[in-house]
Design a protein around this ligand. Structure first.
Ligand code: S3P
Length: 452
């Protein structure tokens, strides 16, 4: 059981419109995707790696605990730097107990890939949210590579797998745009003889490719005539230890940025935000709606573009969001829907079936919650259509609506921001899930002047 699930009582919190705009400068915790990968790749390198800026959220700590249970030494020093002594590719050991993944889909799917080419048996368990999420999307390619799985019907956790050595290198075309599936196959390929190839018709976040190259893997990326990316990795690799610096998570920066845009009089800067183009779809869409966003101090940190983002309160106009931008803002739709509910005119989104299998069914929960908050929302099978208030506070009735976060951190944070745009405020029934990705979220909002 994860720390937040184990904590005895739900932690409700109410968020209200601030008397004045939100102002100030904040940092957000380290990027979740990069943090998971930093620990995993370091655990597979031979020797000592360090990681600065690691996200110390429950999801990443679940990855760390699993890697420790399989023989990697992972420690944090007093200055906050993490130290990892890796065991070498193929060198992870049989875990003695089940691996508890908590709420974390990324830990589960990437580690399943990693273990598919190890000679060991592992059982994965998780919380109620994770136990509903589909694992068939990784079981399918990893079975082709020779791993064996026993899962609950529907391919869900709890799940036990046995890896194969040597695993069979494959060429795999992703049936769903998923960086987790891509990364799972590449990680299995790290310890398979020969070349493992993933073809991705729609580009997804490319942290695995960038970082594996940095660790010395023989990895190439090409494009075919249709524009699909072909990623090839040579197996039986030797990874070299690295000094990694993790930038701030753009998916976390999204919350203070949108809060500033929709709160009159706001002027907020979020420093040190990762600006990898496979992650910045939200900022591009907000700009297309008229958001006043400016980027400062643009630089490169540890192979990733980074900038400080300044967001000032803006009049937003509804747009049609092109479905092909979805992979670059897949985690940002909940907070994007909050922005759309304050815009002038209608915002339409399509092609978002994937949102139904995230930490919760994010289309259903956002539609229900925003309607209760006073927004005009229609739910389709693959998206939401939202007619905004034109900048007026949302009016959800006389009583403060209580929104169920349903073990989904991004739903909880989105409604915390929506509370600041609402005439009646919003109560989120349980803020504990926020600890998976954004420890200190409420303190960050309050430091900008948010009211509760
Ligand atoms: C992630 C990929 C995305 C994203 C998740 C993190 C990753 O999931 O939603 O939060 O680190 O690779 P999918 O691969 O399921 O789209």
């Amino acid at each position: 059981m994860t720390a937040h699930a184990a904590a005895s009582q739900p932690q409700p919190a109410t968020f209200r419109a601030p008397a004045e705009g939100l102002t100030g400068s904040v940092t957000v915790p380290g990027d979740k995707s990069i943090s998971h990968r930093a620990l995993m790749f370091s655990a597979l390198a031979v020797g000592h790696s360090t990681v600065e800026g690691l996200l110390e959220g429950e999801d990443v700590l679940a990855t760390a605990a699993a890697l420790r249970a399989m023989g990697a030494r992972i420690e944090r020093d007093d200055s906050g730097v993490w130290h990892i002594d890796g065991v070498g590719v193929g060198g992870l050991l049989q875990p003695e107990t089940a691996l508890d993944m908590g709420n974390s889909g990324t830990s589960t799917r990437l580690l399943m890939g990693l273990l598919a080419s190890h000679d060991l048996t592992a059982t994965f368990i998780g919380d109620a949210s994770l136990s509903k999420r589909p694992m068939g999307r990784v079981i399918d390619p990893l079975s082709l590579m020779g791993a064996d799985f026993t899962a609950r019907p529907g391919g869900c956790l709890p799940l036990t797998m046995r890896g194969l050595v040597p695993a069979v290198p494959i060429e795999y075309r992703l049936p769903v745009a998923s960086a987790q599936v891509k990364s799972a196959v590449l990680l299995a390929g790290l310890n398979a003889p020969g070349i493992t190839r993933v073809i991705e018709p729609e580009a997804t976040r490319d942290h695995s490719e960038r970082m594996l190259k940095g660790f010395g893997a023989d990895l190439t990326v090409e494009q075919d005539a249709s524009g699909a990316r072909i990623i090839s990795i040579r197996g039986e690799a030797e990874l070299k230890p690295q000094k990694i610096i993790v930038p701030g998570d753009p998916s976390s920066a999204a919350f203070p940025v949108v809060a500033a845009l929709i709160t009159p009089g706001s002027d907020v800067t979020v420093t040190n935000v990762g600006m990898n183009p496979t992650r910045t779809g939200l900022f591009r869409m907000l700009e297309a709606m008229g958001a006043d966003l400016t980027y400062h101090n643009e630089r490169e940190v540890g192979g990733e573009p980074v900038a400080d983002i300044r967001a000032r309160a803006s009049r937003l106009t509804g747009i049609d969001v092109p479905p092909d931008i979805a992979p670059s803002m897949i985690d940002e739709f909940p907070i994007f829907f909050v922005a759309a509910s304050m815009a002038e005119g209608t915002t339409r989104t399509t092609g978002l079936e994937e949102l139904r299998v995230k930490e919760s069914d994010r289309l259903a929960l956002m539609a229900q919650g925003l309607a209760r908050t006073g927004a005009r929302v229609e739910e389709q099978t693959d998206g939401l259509t939202i007619t905004g208030s034109g900048g007026e506070p949302l009016k959800g009735g006389n009583q403060t609506p209580v929104i169920a976060a349903n073990l989904d951190h991004r739903i909880a944070m989105s409604f915390a921001v929506a509370g600041g745009a609402s005439a009646s405020g919003v109560t989120v029934d349980d803020m504990r899930p926020v600890a998976t990705s954004f420890p200190g979220f409420e303190a960050m909002l309050h430091s900008l002047g948010a009211e509760s």
